[in-house]
Design a protein around this ligand. Structure first.
Ligand SMILES: C[S@@+](CC[C@H](N)C(=O)[O-])C[C@H]1O[C@@H](n2cnc3c(N)ncnc32)[C@H](O)[C@@H]1O
Ligand SMILES: [Zn+2]
Length: 366
């Protein structure tokens, strides 16, 4: 098997999904964009990477082979076959690694990480508490989380999402953003229990998964600052109006109907523009299969910084307005920009925009 020029073995007993190559490339760029010299009070430079659900080991191997700033690589998996394979793959790629078979919940007390990769089957929720144990006694670290329980985070069913994320989801045209923000909210809550604040560096929704790479910093004040960024997004199914605040608004301020809402969720930024731009620079110098797709994604993510925590599906807005035809997306964007409202495309949906314009102005242009 080969992924981005890295040769490795797979077998029928160990999980490997070639469709996650894009995700692994994005994450590897994120590792590369980390300035390891920013570590404070540490005795060595470089990242101790723990690939905690390693399967074949391809993620960790790619992080270490493609980036200069990885100083050590540890594999963890509950399955001995995965551990043996990851070890073999690291060795054939001339990488030194440590590998341990076991449950992450137990091994969290034995290992420390500067960069921890959490890529379980389904929800990362049960492993978040364990994740933060890997950061003891670090002052700052990086957490990379994948969630494939998109139906829970982005569906309309309250019970499973409440159970796993302590939040109500909302099923509408911008459900992927609320889902991603619910996942980040849960990370902020768990981080706070460890006296850590979070800063999402890059976050995205793609195919069947949601992903976020975050910087975590130990400080009671930062932990509380993170919690202050939690709140609700509300939406009127009747007129399409939406908003966000610390508490959900029960009635639509536009038409008076009852609002639906999602939350608590993360209302802060989900990317750091400088970090995303650095990833983009690294991507230009690499020869990834998805180079163009990644560049496009990173451009969209960079544009989303500073924008509201939801987007507008222009088809849906046109339907609500009762328009027979819809102007081109670029015309809508240009018109709102000319009126002084910052307006961008979003990676969440090809037919949607994010804008600082009031809802009436958006409908006015359709
Ligand atoms: C989705 S796969 C990981 C894929 C891999 N990161 C990649 O990019 O190819 C999940 C892996 O987690 C392992 N696993 C499941 N529960 C675990 C646990 N509690 N502790 C450690 N590993 C676990 C499984 O054996 C499986 O190999
Ligand atoms: Zn309304």
């Amino acid at each position: 098997m080969e992924e981005e020029k890295i040769k490795f073995s797979t077998n029928k007993d160990v999980f490997y999904n070639p469709n996650m190559t894009f995700c692994r490339s994005m994450s590897s760029l994120a590792v590369g964009a980390i300035d390891e010299t920013s570590k404070t009070n540490e005795t060595h430079v470089g990242l101790d990477v723990v690939d905690a659900f390693c399967a074949s080991g391809i993620r960790g191997i790619r992080y270490a082979k493609e980036n200069q700033n990885v100083s050590s690589l540890t594999f963890i998996d509950i399955d001995q076959k995965a551990i043996s394979l990851a070890k073999k793959n690291a060795k054939s790629n001339k990488l030194k690694s440590d590998a341990k078979k076991g449950n992450i919940s137990k091994l969290a007390f034995e290992y420390t990480a500067d960069f921890l990769e959490i890529d379980p089957f389904g929800t990362p929720s049960p492993y978040l508490l364990d994740s933060f144990r890997f950061f003891n006694p670090k002052k700052s670290a990086y957490l990379s989380v994948t969630a494939t329980d998109v139906a829970v985070l982005c569906g309309g069913k309250t019970a499973p999402c409440m159970k796993n994320y302590h939040a109500k989801p909302m099923n509408n045209e911008f459900t992927h953003e609320t889902g991603l923000r619910i996942m980040i909210k849960r990370i902020a809550e768990v981080a706070a229990e460890f006296n850590m604040g979070i800063e999402p560096l890059v976050s995205f929704s793609d195919r069947h998964y949601l992903k976020s790479v975050l910087r975590v910093k130990r400080s009671a004040d930062l932990a509380y600052e993170s919690l202050k960024q939690l709140g609700y997004v509300f939406h009127c199914h009747k007129c399409g109006f939406r908003g966000h605040s610390q508490f959900p608004e029960i009635s639509c301020s536009n038409c008076g109907s009852k609002n639906d809402f999602a939350g608590q969720l993360w209302l802060g930024e989900i990317h750091n523009r400088k970090f995303v731009n650095k990833m983009q620079g690294l991507n230009k110098a690499r020869d990834y299969t998805h180079k163009k797709e990644i560049d496009k994604m990173l451009t969209l993510l960079s544009g989303e910084v500073g924008m509201p925590p939801y987007y507008y599906d222009l088809h849906k807005c046109s339907q609500i307005k009762g328009s027979i035809s819809m102007p081109k997306m670029i015309e809508v964007i240009d018109s709102l920009e000319q009126q002084g409202y910052q307006t961008v495309r979003t990676h969440f949906s090809k037919i949607s925009i994010k804008t600082t314009a009031p809802y009436k102005k958006i409908l006015g242009g359709l």
